[in-house]
Design a protein around this ligand. Structure first.
Ligand SMILES: [Zn+2]
Length: 234
């Protein structure tokens, strides 16, 4: 059980514990290069891989606590372990853009991302706006391997979160690829899995949860049932 007392400090008193982020010409928004360096150091000194919780693990259904002290050693270790799990998954599978802390057995509101540019951490993220425009898509989850679920998501969202340096950030009216990803990860923070509410498709009502092998065999057929298809970033 997480000892939440370790987190009982105000973010307002935080001083940055990482080197300041160096900006990056292609997209400083989607990467933290200082985090990459610290992550490399962590991985070289911690050889054991991090396992990802699979469906049935109670961590995936518990409530997740706010992170209140970024300097807490447990919080820092969780962040590095989370990024490590994401990097290993991407290396093994050739895809994977995000993972939430509950998926490595820590019930904190923290998400690790890699949108193809390197690691980025969202701490205590919140959706502050959702478009009324919706899309349907085939959604997958690292914790439910080889299964695709037809989901309806908002086409665009805006979020606020705290970054690695303890600074508040906001991303407004994000494009569909990041919006659908973040809705999936934010669901994890509330103990929700993609299988909980498949999209009810009246035209294909028996085909809203499918095996990945079946999808691979009939990709065009299944893609025609949805508005949006995920593009891998690896
Ligand atoms: Zn997931």
């Amino acid at each position: 059980m997480l000892n939440v007392r370790r987190c009982l400090y105000s973010l307002r008193s935080l001083e940055p514990f990482y080197r300041s982020q160096s900006t990056n010409a292609y997209s400083s928004k989607w990467v933290s290069s200082s985090l990459q360096q610290d992550l490399d150091k962590f991985i070289s000194s911690n050889p054991l891989p991090v396992s990802i919780c699979l469906i049935g693990d109670p961590h995936l259904r518990r409530s997740n606590e706010l992170v209140l002290n970024l300097r807490d050693g447990f919080v820092q270790a969780t962040k590095f372990r989370l990024h490590r799990a994401l990097a290993e998954f991407r290396r093994k599978n050739g895809f994977g853009r995000g993972i939430s802390a509950c998926q490595i057995g820590v019930n904190l509101r923290m998400i690790a991302l890699n949108l193809g540019y390197g690691p980025l951490t969202l701490i205590n993220p919140n959706i502050v706006w959702s478009s009324s425009d919706m899309i349907t898509m085939w959604d997958d989850c690292m914790s439910i391997p080889r299964l695709l679920v037809k989901k309806q998501r908002s086409k665009s969202i805006s979020i606020v979160y705290t970054d690695d340096n303890g600074h508040k950030q906001e991303w407004n009216e994000l494009d569909v690829s990041i919006s659908e990803l973040l809705q999936h990860e934010m669901d994890h923070l509330d103990g929700i899995l993609n299988i909980d509410k498949p999209f009810k498709d009246n035209n294909n009502e028996n085909e809203n949860i499918i095996n990945m092998d079946e999808y691979e065999r009939k990709k065009n057929y299944f893609n025609q049932q949805v508005d949006y298809t995920i593009v891998p970033t690896v």
